[in-house]
Design a protein around this ligand. Structure first.
Ligand code: HEM
Length: 458
C-alpha cells in the first residue's frame, strides 16, 4: 500500500482547515505549507485535492510535464457561461487548435493598437472625477476595463448596445464567479442558474448577430472578432459557436482579474506618495502626460516594476487546478493519477527564499541592476501561469495596467479613505474588500480645496 500523503487526519482538523480556507484562503494556504510541507492531501469527495505548494511543483505542472495534467475537470464551473468549446475548458488537440487560432489576436503588434483605447477610457474616468470628492476607484476603473475589452473585441460596432450587453454579461459572470459550493446548475424558475442562462442567451443573441453581420461585410474591421472570423474562412478555422465561446471567455477571463489588480494598484499608489512621484517623473522623462505611445510605455521602468509587484503581492488568481493523468513523484511523494491537484501563485509569490520580506510592497525588487533586486526561482512568480497554457491575455492586461497606473499617477493625487483596503475577496480575482475608496486631491495641476470643505465618506 502506498504511504498516505501529509495532511490533516482528525475530523476536527479537517473541519477547522475547511472553514479557514473558506473564510481566509490566503493565510490558510501559507499555514498549510508551514504545517504539512509542499505536498498536502486535503478534502473529501468533489472537494478532495492534493495541494502542491512550491516553485518546483509549479514548474513541473506548467512546464516539465504539462501533458500529464488536464484542465476540463478543474474548470467545469465555467462551462455554463463560457461554453463547451472555450479555450479555457479545452484539452489536448482541441486546445492546441483553438489556441493556435486565437493566439495571433494577442500578438504584441496587434495589442499595441489598443493602447489608445486604454488611454482614452482611463482619461474619461479621470475627467469625470471632481477635486475634493471621494470615489471607489476600483469600481470606476472596472467599468473602464469592461469598456476597453468590449471595444477591443468588437471595435465600435456594439457601442450603442454596450449598456445592454454589459448588463447581461454581469449577471452571467456573477454566476460563474460564485464559489462552487454555492452553485446549483438547475434550470428551475427563480434559481440563479436560470437567470444566468437567460442572460447568456441574451448575450449570445447579440454576439451571433454581430458575427453574421461582420461576415457579410467586405471590410470587416480591425478588431478581435474580425480576426477570428477571417481565420474561420481560412480552412481549419473556428465555427460560429467556437468564435462565440472564445469571445465570451476572453471577456470572462480578462475583466475581473485586471480590474482587481487595478484596484490594488491604486491602493499601493496612494499608500505612499513617493511611488506616484517616481511614476510622474518617469512620465515626464519620456515626454508623456495625457497620452502615451508604445515606445514610451516600454521605457517606464519603475511603472512596469510597480505593476509586476502589484501582481506579485495581490495575484488575482490565488490558485488553479488540474486533473492528474498518471502518477508522478514530487518532493519524495507520489501523487496518484486521477487525483485533482491545486497549485498556488499566491503561496509562491510569498516564498521568502525567492522574495525576501515577501509581505512588503517593493517594486525595486524587479529593477535590473538595483542593489536590492531579487532573483526568484523562475516558477515562483506566476501571476499569468506558464508554459503552453500561459494566460493568452497577459500582454494585453499588462499594457492596460501600466497605462492606467501611469495616467493616474501623472494626472491625479489620490488619498486613501480610512487607510484603504486591507483584505482581498474572492479567489479567482481577489478584489479589494469594499473597493478602493480614495479622495481626489488633485487633477492635472489643480489643487484640492482645504480639507474642511471636502465631502467625506464613499
Ligand atoms: C491581470 C489580469 C489577468 C490575470 C492575473 C490572468 C491570469 C491567468 C492565469 C493564471 C491563467 C492560467 C491558469 C492556469 O494555468 O491554470 C490564465 C489563463 C487565461 N487567460 Fe488570463 N489573466 C488576466 C487577464 C486576461 C485577459 C485580459 C485575457 C483576455 C482578454 C485573458 C484570457 C485568458 C485565457 C483565454 C486563458 C486560458 C488560456 C488557455 O487555456 O490556453 N486573461 N489567465
Amino acid at each position: 500500500m502506498k504511504p498516505r500523503l501529509p495532511g490533516p487526519r482528525s475530523p476536527r482538523a479537517v473541519v477547522g482547515l475547511a472553514s479557514r480556507l473558506n473564510t481566509d484562503a490566503r493565510s490558510t494556504l501559507l499555514e498549510m505549507l508551514n504545517t504539512y510541507g509542499p505536498v498536502a492531501d486535503f478534502g473529501r469527495g468533489k472537494y478532495h485535492y492534493i495541494y502542491l505548494l512550491s516553485p518546483e511543483a509549479n514548474e513541473h505542472i506548467l512546464s516539465t510535464a504539462p501533458e500529464n495534467f488536464t484542465w476540463r475537470d478543474a474548470f467545469w464551473v465555467l462551462v455554463p457561461v463560457n461554453g463547451e468549446t472555450a479555450l479555457v475548458v479545452s484539452d489536448g488537440e482541441d486546445h492546441k487548435r483553438r489556441r493556435r487560432i486565437v493566439q495571433p489576436a494577442f500578438h504584441m503588434r496587434r495589442i499595441a493598437r489598443y493602447l489608445d483605447v486604454m488611454v482614452d477610457e482611463t482619461n474619461l474616468v479621470i475627467d469625470r472625477w471632481a477635486i475634493g470628492s471621494a470615489v471607489d476607484a476600483h469600481s470606476e476603473l472596472r467599468l473602464a476595463i469592461r469598456r476597453i475589452v468590449l471595444r477591443c473585441l468588437f471595435g465600435d460596432a456594439l457601442r450603442d448596445r454596450d449598456e445592454q450587453l454589459s448588463r447581461h454579461l454581469e449577471v452571467a459572470l456573477a454566476y460563474v464567479n460564485r464559489p462552487p459550493m454555492q452553485r446549483l446548475d438547475w434550470n428551475v424558475p427563480g434559481l440563479p442558474y436560470r437567470k444566468a442562462m437567460k442572460a447568456r442567451a441574451a448575450v449570445d443573441e447579440i454576439v451571433f448577430a454581430e458575427i453574421k453581420r461582420r461576415r457579410a461585410l467586405d471590410d470587416r474591421g480591425d478588431d478581435i472578432i474580425s480576426w477570428l472570423i477571417e481565420d474561420q474562412e481560412a480552412g481549419d478555422g473556428l465555427s460560429d459557436q467556437e468564435v462565440r465561446d472564445q469571445i465570451i471567455s476572453l471577456i470572462a477571463a480578462g475583466y475581473d482579474t485586471t480590474a482587481s489588480a487595478m484596484g490594488w494598484a491604486v491602493a499601493e499608489l496612494a499608500r505612499e506618495p513617493e511611488r506616484a512621484a517616481k511614476i510622474r517623473a518617469e512620465m515626464l522623462d519620456v515626454g508623456a502626460d495625457r497620452s502615451l505611445s508604445i515606445e514610451q510605455t516600454s521605457q517606464l521602468v519603475y511603472t512596469n516594476a510597480f505593476v509586476k509587484e502589484v501582481l506579485r503581492l495581490h495575484p488575482p488568481a490565488i490558485w488553479s487546478g488540474r486533473r492528474v493523468v498518471n502518477d508522478f513523484e514530487i518532493h519524495d511523494q507520489t501523487v496518484p493519477g486521477g487525483s485533482m491537484i491545486l497549485f498556488s501563485p499566491y503561496v509562491t509569490h510569498h516564498d521568502p527564499q525567492s522574495f525576501p520580506e515577501p509581505a512588503r510592497f517593493r517594486p525595486e525588487r524587479w529593477i535590473d541592476g538595483d542593489p536590492e533586486q531579487d532573483h526568484p526561482h523562475p516558477y515562483s512568480y506566476i501571476p499569468f501561469g506558464g508554459g503552453n497554457r500561459r494566460c493568452i491575455g497577459f500582454a494585453f492586461a499588462t499594457q492596460e495596467l501600466v497605462a492606467m497606473t501611469a495616467l493616474l499617477a501623472t494626472r491625479t493625487d489620490l488619498e486613501l479613505v480610512n487607510g484603504g483596503p486591507q483584505r482581498h475577496v474572492g479567489t479567482m480575482s481577489s478584489a479589494p474588500e469594499n473597493g478602493t475608496q480614495v479622495q481626489i486631491r488633485r487633477i492635472d495641476d489643480e489643487i484640492a480645496p482645504p480639507i474642511a470643505t471636502v465631502e467625506s465618506g464613499a
